[in-house]
Design a binder for this molecule. Structure first.
Ligand SMILES: *[C@@H]1O[C@H](CO)[C@@H](O)[C@H](O)[C@H]1NC(C)=O
Ligand SMILES: *[C@@H]1O[C@H](CO)[C@@H](O)[C@H](O)[C@H]1NC(C)=O
Ligand SMILES: *[C@@H]1O[C@H](CO)[C@@H](O)[C@H](O)[C@H]1NC(C)=O
Length: 198
């Protein structure tokens, strides 16, 4: 029995090491932030409220690996200093787990930096940009995170309802492709009803 566990442990270690060798940075590189489009004349009050998380893509994501990802709600609450409290409520183990991040306004309109960054171990920089939105149907957000000196990019498609019209969805996909990402990097989360009325 004990030997069985040891073998299993060694096999796992071997797998991890192989993985570590394989995964030395072949991440698709982030473009210069300035080249990422931003919604002109961003209206932060109109952007407030509930958004459904309807699509995700990034150089650290894989369609197969993250196929179980569920839809959730992100609630954007504007503070007086023009920062947002962004509360995402995910369903896990049949319980709703809300977590709040603060996004501080950047010098550039429609661009934000993660607040209290020192609380997130390993994160050196975290910037987000509202690529485009019509405020009442959809939004596409771009995120760039520097974690342990690696640059991760992520794009989120938000909708005001659980379904987004085909045009914004097509824009989302072509924006992702413009970053050099492929269909394998795109995830459409599983619709569900848990924790949706938060
Ligand atoms: C945002 O979060 C802070 C800290 O938890 C809290 O003091 C503030 O009232 C919140 N703002 C809004 C608009 O809910
Ligand atoms: C899942 O939820 C149940 C009931 O709330 C709890 O007893 C259990 O510890 C939870 N499991 C995990 C892995 O958190
Ligand atoms: C984080 O990124 C922003 C925008 O590119 C930049 O202004 C800032 O200097 C960066 N901060 C760190 C700690 O790298």
């Amino acid at each position: 029995m004990a030997l069985g566990i040891l073998w299993l442990g060694l096999a796992l270690l071997g797998a991890l090491q192989t993985h570590a060798q394989d995964s030395t940075p072949n991440l698709i590189p982030a473009p210069p932030l300035l080249l990422v489009p931003v919604e002109p004349d961003f209206q932060n009050e109109q952007f407030q409220g509930k958004w459904y998380f309807l699509g995700l893509a990034g150089n650290g994501f894989n369609k197969e690996k993250h196929r179980r990802m569920k839809m959730y709600i992100a609630n954007y609450e504007l503070n007086e200093d023009n920062s947002y409290n962004v509360t995402s409520t995910v369903a896990w183990n049949q319980t709703c787990h809300p977590s709040t991040k603060i996004f501080l306004p950047n010098l550039h309109l429609g661009q934000f930096n993660l607040g209290n960054i020192e609380r997130y171990t390993g994160i050196q920089n975290y910037t987000s940009k509202v690529v485009t939105t019509d405020y009442n149907q959809f939004a596409i957000l771009y995120f760039k995170k520097v974690h342990d000196n690696q640059e991760y990019i992520k794009v989120i498609l938000y909708g005001r309802t659980k379904e987004v019209p085909s045009v914004p969805k097509a824009i989302f996909i072509s924006f992702i492709k413009s970053l050099g990402l492929t269909d394998d990097h795109i995830i459409f989360p599983i619709p569900n009803d848990e924790c949706m009325d938060k």
